[in-house]
Ligand binder design. Structure first.
Ligand SMILES: NC(=O)c1ccc[n+]([C@@H]2O[C@H](COP(=O)([O-])OP(=O)(O)OC[C@H]3O[C@@H](n4cnc5c(N)ncnc54)[C@H](O)[C@@H]3O)[C@@H](O)[C@H]2O)c1
Length: 264
């Protein structure tokens, strides 16, 4: 699964600080290890820089970019900068996804504030639409490209909070629309649904009410395969396959990476 001669833009390629690696950082490192040049974009520039530094330290090529996916001008600029640095974008990987941020938080239907819901739509769904809006013309001109969007198993399974559930479900529909409309240009689009992964966003984000160990044990116990959460590397390996030529006939796929949670 080589990505030599490929360039990737990983949006949300920094990570929430914590004991383990996040999905976006693991993906960026994995693409780079397979030979891709990687542009790491994140709202937190220092976190994107950390990912890029890790790639460079391992002998790869990377640049770090500041980008808030809510801002279309910044999205356009990040795409232009990546194309100038690397000569194009073969892989667009959309990792950004939140349930809390910028003073907003998700809630159950009867408690959700309209502004909080709008925030989650802007970050989790509209952001992916905007990155695709600006990257797809680049891929179309090249006659090839791969889009990988990160949704969540929460889109398919019962989930209490309305913003995350509906935006992640929207990511699936949007990815299928890209796949359907861009196959004729040689562009593939697939969506990954992580289940319960041991990333800082999912684990450290809940520490307080419970200890880290209690949270890990509770999450582990729910997973059919090995009674253990997955790691960001499991998501990254699935993404590497979908980005590689081994998946050249796969588009519009909805791939759970969940240790069997979706079938139980
Ligand atoms: N960890 C899990 O168990 C799990 C399960 C299902 C789905 N997911 C999905 O995986 C993805 C990432 O998870 P992660 O563990 O890597 O989280 P993470 O928080 O480590 O990574 C997300 C990155 O996105 C960045 N970001 C947030 N808002 C942004 C914005 N407006 N513009 C640009 N960047 C922004 C953050 O700074 C962060 O670096 C999310 O889409 C999440 O919904 C995770």
């Amino acid at each position: 699964m080589q990505l030599n001669q490929h360039t990737a833009l990983v949006v949300g390629g920094g990570q929430t600080p914590g004991a383990t690696v996040g999905n976006g950082r693991a993906v960026a490192l994995t693409y780079a290890k397979a030979g891709a040049k990687v542009a790491v974009a994140d709202r937190k520039l220092e976190s994107a820089e950390e990912t890029a530094q890790q790639i460079i330290a391992a002998g790869g090529e990377a640049i770090a970019l500041a980008l808030d996916v809510r801002n279309e001008g910044e999205v356009r600029q990040a795409v232009t900068t990546t194309c100038t640095a690397f000569g194009g974008i073969d892989i667009l990987h959309n990792n950004v996804g939140v349930a809390v941020g910028a003073g907003h938080r998700d809630a159950r239907i009867e408690q959700i504030e309209a502004e909080d819901f709008s925030f989650l739509v802007d970050v989790n769904l509209r952001g992916m639409v905007l990155t695709c809006k600006h990257v797809l013309p680049v891929m179309r001109a090249a006659g090839r490209g791969v889009v990988i969007n990160i949704s969540s198993l929460a889109a398919l399974k019962p989930y209490p909070l309305v913003g995350y559930k509906t935006t992640k479900a929207g990511v699936i529909a949007f990815t299928q629309q890209v796949a359907a409309n861009y196959a004729r240009y040689g562009i593939r689009a697939n969506v990954i649904l992580p289940g319960l992964m041991e990333t800082p966003m999912a684990v450290e984000g809940q520490v307080g009410r419970k200890t880290r160990k209690e949270i890990v044990n509770e999450r582990d116990a729910q997973v059919p395969l090995g009674k253990k959460m997955g790691s960001a590397w499991d998501v990254a390996n699935a993404a590497l396959f979908l980005a590689s030529d081994l998946a050249q006939y796969i588009t519009g796929a909805v791939l759970p990476v969940d240790g069997g949670l979706s079938v139980t």
